[in-house]
Design a protein around this ligand. Structure first.
Ligand SMILES: [Zn+2]
Length: 276
């Protein structure tokens, strides 16, 4: 299943910012119980920014609308008068309209309004944003290294370490680095290079809707291992494997080539780690 990652959220917020920033809202609508009576008509949008996979709409009244796509959410922009096509009406959670555009939020699992001064309460826990203006490689490495026994696969997905990587980029990045997803952080030979490469992958994809790590934009050619279980590795022909792992309740699916990304326990370094 395709899931929004940091680059998708970044691109979405760039477009929202283009059509909303500096404009006055001619209509607002929130189809969530806590905001049912909220009306932002007449309020000017200051900016729309992304933090990891979160979206922040800052308004001139010093409030911020916080939304998050999680698995299926999306913001769609339509020129005024154009039909909305992002899904059935019951999936709409928020509408922000200006004289020229309608921005419609579909399937948003998080839709909340808070004082702009309190944004840290919803995004303050995030690690450095891979696509943010304040991206900080050293800080991301410091946070990841705090848990040296954790698997690199879990560490890269943890948005408190660094914000923006989801299961697509994790799978592809680890393939490109020849790392099995269950390799302990402490056993990764060049963690700095891994994180740098991850940032480059997101950055390279930030403007295009088709995420690709292979450089090929044709359907079914965009990934090395992601969602290719049982298919031959593009590099060595070995069949790609998959499993779900992670903290109980937060297991996520990983994909790897057993030849290009050997299990850490088959080497001499760590025989104690379970293999599957
Ligand atoms: Zn391979």
């Amino acid at each position: 299943m395709w899931v929004p990652e940091g680059d998708t959220v970044w691109r979405s917020c760039q477009r929202l910012n283009e059509v909303l920033a500096g404009r006055e809202l001619t209509r607002s609508e929130f189809r969530v119980p806590t905001l049912a009576t909220t009306d932002l008509t007449g309020v000017t949008v200051r900016a729309v920014v992304s933090r990891g996979k979160h979206q922040l709409f800052r308004f001139a009244n010093d409030f911020t609308l916080h939304t998050h796509f999680r698995m299926e959410g999306a913001w769609r922009i339509y020129p005024r008068g154009r039909k909305w096509t992002g899904g059935p009406d019951f999936q709409i959670r928020a509408v922000l309209a200006t004289a020229d555009h309608d921005a419609v939020g579909y399937r948003l699992p998080v839709t909340e309004l808070l004082p702009t001064a309190d944004e840290a309460s919803v995004v303050g826990h995030l690690g450095p944003d891979l696509l943010g203006p304040d991206w900080d490689l050293d800080e991301a490495l410091r946070r990841i290294s705090l848990q040296p026994d954790r698997t690199v696969g879990e560490a890269l997905l943890d948005q408190r370490n660094l914000a923006g990587i989801g299961t697509f980029y994790r799978a592809e990045l680890l393939f490109l680095q020849g790392l099995h997803p269950r390799t302990p952080v402490a056993a990764v030979p060049n963690l700095r290079r891994v994180v740098q490469r991850g940032q480059q992958l997101l950055y390279a994809n930030r403007w295009r809707p088709e995420q690709s790590t292979t450089g090929d934009l044709r359907p079914n050619r965009r990934a090395y291992v992601f969602e290719r279980p049982g298919q031959p590795c593009r590099r060595c022909g070995t069949l790609i494997r998959t499993e779900e792992f992670g903290t109980p309740g937060q297991e996520r699916r990983s994909y790897w080539c057993p030849r290009c990304q050997p299990s850490p326990s088959t080497g001499s370094a760590n025989r104690a780690l379970p293999v599957r």
